[in-house]
Design a binder for this molecule. Structure first.
Ligand code: ES4
Ligand code: ZN
Length: 319
């Protein structure tokens, strides 16, 4: 079996790489009281029923992130883990509003995360994609965009995440138009727990160049045809989909259907510390559970390279 290791990670939330051990360590260091007796008690809470159940824990655990050094430690630990998996290019999501809501400023978050990205392992290229929380007001997203731009931190693009059901992309049309005018690349989570219509909205109203998840697009054949025709990249996160019960089992994951439909899918990790694995683990898991052929494996790896926001020279190196 030729098992081309995934070299490109395009869908990972930095806060979702916060491992339980680091949560406990930072809680001690920052004297943050957590409602868990110990590491095992914390780990026992990782059996999620759906996206919002996961998000409750994901946001709660962020309480331990207080200083730029905490964000840097989390990011550096992730990059080290990614490098060990052979990852050569990372586009990293961060949720500034989740920290702002706790009194931690955008500058603190960016200083820590982008500082660690600047010191990424040799040979690895990186980019930062702040995401707006779709379950918070668009006005707040707009203010955060101002703060992001004012920070002077190099940014690759913007994204949209958090609780999807009932929070359509269209509310963020103005924010996306502004980001586009600033030269930022545009992505959004859509069709994870929300309907196929949200994928269409993300494309038509926000003008996204890449869709995060997009698995529910399969419910709309006309949309599938369009996504294939336009070669819209979809960053699929199989272990996430199973753990958040968007998909019943890994063996029932629609990835082969998506490949069969000619969609530009690639495999990524989402929140690896919460969902049982990093991009290499996701890759191994689907190859095994779905009995992917060498050709399918190669297609997934190539799709990720083509979907990356890199220049031609770097893309040629990654291929
Ligand atoms: C997320 Cl799995 C998932 N879905 C939507 N928003 C998110 N933020 C972090 N992980
Ligand atoms: Zn995600």
């Amino acid at each position: 079996m030729t098992d081309t290791p995934p070299a490109v990670e395009l869908h990972v939330h930095v806060e979702g790489t916060l491992e339980p051990e680091l949560i406990m360590e930072l809680a001690q260091r920052n004297r943050v009281a957590l409602p868990y007796a110990d590491l095992d008690d914390l780990r026992a809470r990782y059996a999620f029923t759906d996206l919002s159940h996961f998000l409750d824990l994901y946001y709660a655990n962020m309480a331990v992130l207080r200083h730029a050094e905490d964000f840097a430690a989390m990011t550096a630990a992730y990059l080290e883990r990614a490098a060990r998996a052979g990852v050569r290019h990372v586009e990293l999501f961060v949720d500034p509003q989740a920290h702002l809501a706790r009194g931690v400023g955008v500058e603190v978050v960016l200083e820590g995360v982008s500082g660690a990205l600047a010191a990424a392992p040799a040979g690895m290229t990186t980019g930062l994609i702040p995401c707006f929380l779709r379950d918070r007001p668009a006005e707040e997203a707009s203010e955060v965009l101002d703060a992001l731009l004012a920070s002077g931190t190099p940014l690759l693009g913007i994204g949209l995440d958090s609780a999807e059901a009932g929070n359509p992309p269209s509310r963020f049309a103005d924010v996306y138009a502004r980001a586009r005018a600033e030269g930022l690349r545009l992505v959004a989570h859509a069709g994870e727990e929300g309907p196929a219509d949200y994928v269409r909205e993300a494309l038509d109203v926000l003008g996204v160049e890449r869709v995060d998840h997009g698995i529910r697009s399969l419910e709309d054949p006309a949309l599938v045809a369009r996504l294939a025709q336009e070669a819209v990249p979809l960053t699929v996160c199989p272990l996430s989909n199973v753990r958040l019960r968007a998909v019943r089992t890994l063996a029932a994951h629609p990835l082969p259907l998506m490949l069969g439909a000619g969609l530009a899918v690639s495999v990524h990790s989402d929140d690896p510390a919460y969902f049982g694995g990093y991009v290499d683990d996701n890759h191994r898991a689907v190859v095994e559970a779905l009995h992917l052929s060498d050709e399918q494996v190669r297609t997934l790896a190539l799709n990720a390279v083509e979907a990356a926001f890199v220049d031609d020279a770097r893309r040629a190196e990654l291929r």
